[in-house]
Design a binder for this molecule. Structure first.
Ligand SMILES: [Zn+2]
Length: 283
């Protein structure tokens, strides 16, 4: 599932490539991905509108239109946005056009396509972000936001002293954007076992986790995110994320820890795979 670095990679690509383009028409092939409003109203409201700034909050992409409507996109499990589609489809045979669920045709003839194999992606068109607050307001702070200081991190940890650190990092209501891949990487780099209780962490360990959240995310964005073995992630050009090759613990079960040489182990936590070095990450 795309996490913050992948969504930020898509946001940057859109900001660079489709800003100021005018939507001639939108074609909806699978209407269930449009959450708000109806498909008919969606098509009518985007027609003739220009794309302005492209923002992001956690895993949500927020595209501002010149009508003041906001197009909000959550990529779900396998959603990708491809632009310019008419060129990309020729170079990447792995993108199956049968999963193109929403197509924007711009006045210059180019196309932005939303392709989603598993159809968990969600798209909203709202005039006010309040209309989808029930989804977005539960989101905690974006770790790339200026307000995400070490002091703030300590404050939110204090509210959940009995939680396990990995579950806390992945719960979107506290910090939004970290999923299973990056929570695993952060804790490995900080030498913290994912099942450690927050109240057991000392000040130095909290400082280390905070620093690794920032640095892992920034490094991953620099690499265009991660495309892991069974997943479909692509940037807007149809290219795979290169951070997958730099992952130090995620999906490295049985391979040697790069710090101590012990084989990386896999444990299940809340139904998700956690990868740890039993030597470097002690419970
Ligand atoms: Zn180790």
């Amino acid at each position: 599932m795309p996490e913050l670095p992948e969504v930020e990679t898509v946001r940057r690509g859109l900001q660079k490539k489709v800003r100021d383009k005018e939507i001639k028409e939108a074609i909806i092939k699978v209407s269930k991905i449009i959450q708000i409003p109806s498909a008919e109203e969606f098509i009518a409201r985007v027609k003739g509108k220009k794309i302005r700034e492209v923002d992001r909050r956690g895993k949500y992409i927020i595209i501002h239109l010149d009508s003041k409507d906001k197009l909000i996109i959550h990529l779900g499990m396998t959603g990708i946005l491809i632009y310019p589609y008419e060129e990309t489809k020729i170079i990447d045979q792995e993108i199956n056009p049968k999963h193109n669920h929403l197509i924007f045709i711009f006045t210059d003839g180019t196309q932005l396509v939303f392709n989603d194999v598993r159809k968990f992606g969600k798209i909203y068109l709202v005039s006010d972000l309040k209309e989808i607050e029930k989804n977005i307001s539960k989101l905690g702070i974006d770790p790339l936001d200026e307000g995400f200081t070490e002091e703030f991190f300590r404050q939110i940890l204090n509210k959940k002293k009995n939680s396990k650190i990995k579950s806390f990092l992945m719960k979107q209501e506290f910090i939004t954007g970290l999923g299973n891949i990056y929570a695993n990487e952060v804790l490995y780099r900080a030498n913290i076992h994912p099942l450690r209780t927050i109240s057991s962490l000392n000040s130095e360990e909290i400082k280390k986790i905070y620093g690794e959240i920032k640095s892992v995310l920034m490094e991953a964005i620099e690499c265009g995110g991660s495309t892991v073995a069974d997943e479909a992630f692509r940037d807007v050009n149809g290219k795979k994320g290169k951070f997958s090759q730099k992952l130090q613990v995620y999906a490295r079960e049985g391979e040697p820890c790069i710090k101590c040489g012990r084989p990386i182990e896999i444990i299940r936590i809340e139904g998700r795979s956690s990868f740890i070095c039993p030597q470097c990450q002690r419970l």
